[in-house]
Design a protein around this ligand. Structure first.
Ligand SMILES: Cc1cc2nc3c(=O)[nH]c(=O)nc-3n(C[C@H](O)[C@H](O)[C@H](O)COP(=O)(O)OP(=O)(O)OC[C@H]3O[C@@H](n4cnc5c(N)ncnc54)[C@H](O)[C@@H]3O)c2cc1C
Length: 365
C-alpha cells in the first residue's frame, strides 16, 4: 500500500497536521514515531507513582495567533509568566529576584536572557524599558499535559494510523514515491512530512547516491525531583513558576510542576524539573548537588534524607534539523518530502492555525 501522507514524528504540530489532513480528505495517513508515547519533546510522563507530569521545562513564546488557537480549541486558561525569577547570589546571600522588576530585568539581561545569548545593546535597552519577551510569555494555568492528552487521544480515535516504537533508519527517494525502512518494516508514501525534530537517518536519492545531512545534536540533560513531606508542603515552595540560574551553574533553569497538579498546595509533595548544564553527567553525586543548590534558593523544601527514587534523570538530546537541510530534501525529492516549521511550538500553532480547520469542541468529542 502507498500512503498519501506519512508524518514522521509525533510532536504536537505533527499530530495536529495529520489530524487536520485526515478530517478534511479521504486520504490515507500514517504517523510514525520511534518513541513508545506520542508527543515528541512535549510528551507527558508518568512519574513517581501516579503523577502525570510534563517531561521538561516548557514555555510558550509570544505569538498571539498561537495563544488564541490554544484557548479556542482546548479548555485552558493562559496566564502571563509573572512568577518567573532570577537566582542571584550576592555575598553568599541567595535570592530570587522577579525578572519583571527593573533589577530582575537587569540581572536577566546581563546573563543573556533565557538562552544566555551574548548581550546586545539594542535588546538590553528594549527589555529594560519596554515590555520584555519574558513578561509576555504565557503558559496554560494547568500546564500542557491536558493539551497533549486531548491531542493524543483524538489522534488515536481518528482515521490516522499510528505506528509507535518504529525507528526509521533509511529513507529512499524514488521518482513516484518515498520509501521508509525500519529494521522490520517498509512503508511507502506519496508525500513524507518531516519536522525540525527529525533525527536524520540514511537518505538515498537518485542513482542510489546517499544524501549527506548536517546533524546538530545538543545534549540537554534534565532532572525531575519529588519532595515528600509528612505534613503539607509549606506554600512558599510553590511561589515560583520558573527560576533561571546564572551562566555556569549546574542548573540552567527550573520549572515548578506541582502548580499544574490539582490542589498541589494541599498535598504533601512537590515536583520540579530542572534543565541542567549541558555537560553534566548522570551520577548520584550530581543528583544531591542539584537538590542542595535548589534547597539553598528555597525552590524545594529541605529534606534530610532523599532516596534515589525521588530523582528522575533524562538524557535529552535536541536533534535539530536546520531549515536549510529540510529545504534541501524538499528540493531533491521534488517536494515529495516537505516539512513543518516546528522549532518554536507556539509560533508553529500560530502559523498553521490559519490553514487548520478543526470543528468546535473537536478535541472533546
Ligand atoms: C526537552 C525539550 C524541551 C523543549 N521545550 C520547548 C519549549 O518550552 N518551547 C518551545 O517552543 N520549544 C521547546 N522545545 C523545542 C521543540 O523542539 C519544539 O517545541 C517542538 O516540539 C519540535 O517539534 P517536532 O515535532 O519537530 O520535534 P519533537 O517534539 O522533538 O518530536 C520529534 C519526534 O520524532 C521522532 N523521530 C525523529 N526521528 C525519527 C526517526 N528517524 N524515526 C522515528 N521517529 C523519529 C522522535 O522520537 C520524536 O518523538 C523543546 C525541545 C526539547 C527537546
Amino acid at each position: 500500500m502507498i500512503y498519501d501522507f506519512i508524518h514522521l514524528g509525533s510532536g504536537p504540530i505533527m499530530m495536529l497536521d495529520a489530524l487536520n489532513k485526515s478530517n478534511n480528505s479521504s486520504q490515507n495517513i500514517l504517523l510514525i514515531d520511534k518513541a513508545n508515547e506520542l508527543g515528541g519533546s512535549w510528551k507527558n510522563i508518568n512519574l513517581f507513582g501516579d503523577n502525570l507530569v510534563e517531561n521538561a521545562v516548557h514555555y510558550l513564546l509570544p505569538d498571539s495567533k498561537g495563544y488564541s488557537f490554544l484557548s479556542k480549541n482546548f479548555r485552558i486558561e493562559l496566564e502571563n509568566a509573572e512568577r518567573k525569577f532570577y537566582a542571584v547570589n550576592i555575598f553568599n546571600l541567595k535570592l530570587l529576584v522577579n525578572v519583571n522588576n527593573v533589577f530582575g530585568k537587569f540581572i536577566y539581561l546581563i546573563n543573556g536572557g533565557d538562552q544566555a545569548y551574548p548581550i546586545k545593546m539594542k535588546n538590553f535597552l528594549n527589555t529594560l524599558f519596554k515590555k520584555s519577551i519574558v513578561s509576555q510569555t504565557k503558559y496554560p494555568k494547568e500546564g500542557m499535559t491536558h493539551v497533549l492528552q486531548r491531542i493524543s487521544e483524538t489522534l488515536l480515535k481518528s482515521k490516522v494510523k499510528v505506528k509507535l516504537n518504529e525507528n526509521i533508519n533509511k529513507i529512499i527517494i524514488s521518482e513516484n514515491y518515498i520509501t521508509l525502512k525500519s529494521k522490520k518494516n517498509t512503508y511507502r508514501t506519496k508525500k513524507l512530512i518531516l519536522s525540525h525534530g527529525f533525527i536524520p537517518c540514511e537518505i538515498i536519492g537518485k542513482e542510489s547516491i546517499q544524501i549527506s545531512i548536517e546533524k546538530k545534536i545538543n545534549p540537554r540533560p534534565s532532572l525531575h525531583i519529588i519532595t515528600k513531606t509528612k505534613s503539607k508542603v509549606n506554600k512558599k515552595y510553590f511561589g515560583f513558576s520558573q527560576v533561571l540560574f546564572p551562566r555556569g551553574s549546574l542548573i540552567k533553569y527550573v520549572h515548578q510542576l506541582s502548580q499544574f497538579q490539582n490542589l498541589s498546595e494541599n498535598k504533601n509533595q512537590q515536583i520540579i524539573v530542572a534543565a541542567l548544564n549541558h555537560d553534566l553527567k548522570q551520577s548520584k553525586n550530581n543528583y544531591y548537588k542539584i537538590a542542595d543548590l535548589l534547597e539553598k534558593y528555597n525552590c524545594i523544601p529541605y529534606s534530610e534524607k532523599r532516596s534515589i527514587d525521588q530523582f528522575y534523570w533524562q538524557e535529552i538530546f535536541i536533534y535539530q534539523m536546520s531549515t536549510k537541510e529540510l529545504l534541501k530534501l524538499s528540493k531533491i525529492s521534488k517536494n515529495k518530502i516537505s516539512f513543518l516549521e516546528t522549532e518554536c511550538l507556539n509560533k508553529g500553532f500560530g502559523k498553521y492555525s490559519d490553514t487548520w480547520n478543526f470543528p468546535e469542541n473537536y478535541f472533546y468529542n
